[in-house]
Design a protein around this ligand. Structure first.
Ligand code: CTP
Length: 402
């Protein structure tokens, strides 16, 4: 699956809030992903950022005037409304939210909103008090009831000096909402439980045993499934990655904590994808104090086995075909044989193997080259793809099994 924005005609409606400058980044990113972006600015927006900025970034003239006829035969708001796959309003001020909630058509942007059949996504951004005002809250509820996607603003320091809800999200978060708006919701109704990242097994308060997993593959899976409409529960070991938007994130540290979180939620899931690199062993006891190198036997580590979470799920699986169980295996030798062995031993529906000798696949890489194994089926060898694309291909496979 290529970018959900490739070839899409996106109208970006900018209204008069200080966050208007942030949207310059969105335009760049959208154009970078192959979207054709037309910017429509309200009069107030042009007080904050010049239309020239957006014309340069989008490579298209900026529209703003309801009565500017580009050619005698075109009516600007109708043409814009027709040639549009997604209409985004960001930042949406309290005033514009109010105008749209009441169906006003008093400028070009409001008229396009009324005239289009495309999905409309509204990103309110304003001072927290204005946002919390019952009039604004009523208006936002009304927009949601009209079928617009109303994206909840972020929380944090605001331009007015206050701190609280009202911030325009940064592009990565906004991208998730917009990508979902353009993607077929073919996984709606499914619940995916994904594990990601490494586990850390403490030796003492400052040291632990762990591995090189970064969580990228699991986070990409969580994000991709969410984008396609699934409910996603992400059980993550320690990872530096930003939490995926719209996903229920449960942070854990050790294999034992991961097992507990997975067992608490597995019954709700229609598939469990264990992409986490779970430590097979843990130190027999974690010291309560920092271990000294001079202590007798300090050079020896006594380890005990961690439970195999996936194997346990495989054993619990009775006649019920759900949840589907998917394992990951990073192998450096005889990867297909090892994969087949794990597929059978853990009673899995699918096992995704990668050959970690490749520098462009596996830990920390942004790309992956995997082979999907299933009982009684030929291996499906995927090409070298981004982790996001690999995630979508695996979800396609799950969808066929569901
Ligand atoms: N796994 C698990 N619990 C463990 C170890 C692994 O749930 N304690 C899961 C992993 O998340 C992965 C799959 O089992 O989806 C295979 O993991 P891997 O480490 O490759 O398998 P092991 O059974 O540990 O095999 P080996 O050490 O022999 O390679």
């Amino acid at each position: 699956m290529s970018s959900p924005f490739a070839g899409k005609r996106v109208i970006l409606g900018i209204t008069g809030g200080i966050a208007a400058y942030k949207v310059a980044d969105w335009v760049r990113a959208l154009v970078g992903e192959g979207a054709v972006v037309t910017v429509v600015m309200t009069k107030a927006a042009a007080q904050f950022v010049t239309p020239l900025t957006f014309a340069a970034l989008s490579g298209q003239p900026v529209a703003g005037d309801l009565f500017a006829a580009a050619g005698a035969e075109t009516i600007p708001h109708i043409k814009l409304a027709r040639d549009c796959d997604l209409l985004v309003i960001a930042p949406a001020t309290a005033n514009t939210v109010a105008r749209l909630a009441h169906g006003l058509a008093d400028d070009l942007l409001a008229a396009v909103v009324l005239a289009t059949r495309a999905q409309v996504a509204v990103f309110p951004a304003m001072n927290s008090q204005m946002l919390a005002h019952p009039a604004t809250q009523d208006n936002l509820a009304r927009l949601a009831a009209l079928g617009y996607l109303v994206v909840e603003p972020g929380c944090g320091p605001l331009a007015c000096g206050a701190e609280g809800p009202g911030r325009l999200p940064d592009w990565p978060a906004a991208r998730t909402w917009l990508a979902a708006a353009l993607t077929e919701q073919d996984l709606a109704g499914q619940v995916l439980l994904v594990t990601a990242g490494p586990t850390q097994e403490p030796l003492d308060p400052v040291r632990f045993l762990s591995n090189r997993s970064t969580g990228k593959m699991g986070y990409a899976l969580a994000q991709a499934a969410r984008q396609r409409g699934a409910r996603v529960i992400l059980v993550s070991g320690p990872s530096a990655l930003p939490p995926p938007v719209g996903v229920e994130l449960l942070r854990v540290r050790t294999a034992l904590e991961m097992r507990e979180a997975v067992l608490a939620h597995y019954q709700a899931a229609s598939a469990i994808v264990m992409s986490a690199a779970v430590s097979d062993f843990r130190p027999q006891a974690a010291a309560g104090h920092k271990l000294k190198k001079s202590a007798p036997g300090a050079e020896l580590l006594e380890l005990v086995a961690n439970p195999d979470i996936l194997k346990e799920l495989g054993e619990r699986k009775g006649a019920d075909p759900l949840p589907l169980l998917v394992g990951f295996a990073a192998e450096s030798d005889r990867h297909l044989e090892e994969g087949r062995r794990k597929l059978a031993a853990k009673n899995l529906n699918l096992l995704v193997v990668n050959d970690i000798r490749r520098p462009d696949a596996g830990f920390a890489a942004d790309t992956n080259q995997v082979t999907i194994l299933a009982q009684g089926a030929e291996p499906e060898v995927l090409p070298l793809l981004s982790k996001e694309e690999t995630a979508h291909r695996l979800l396609d496979r799950l969808r066929r099994l569901w």
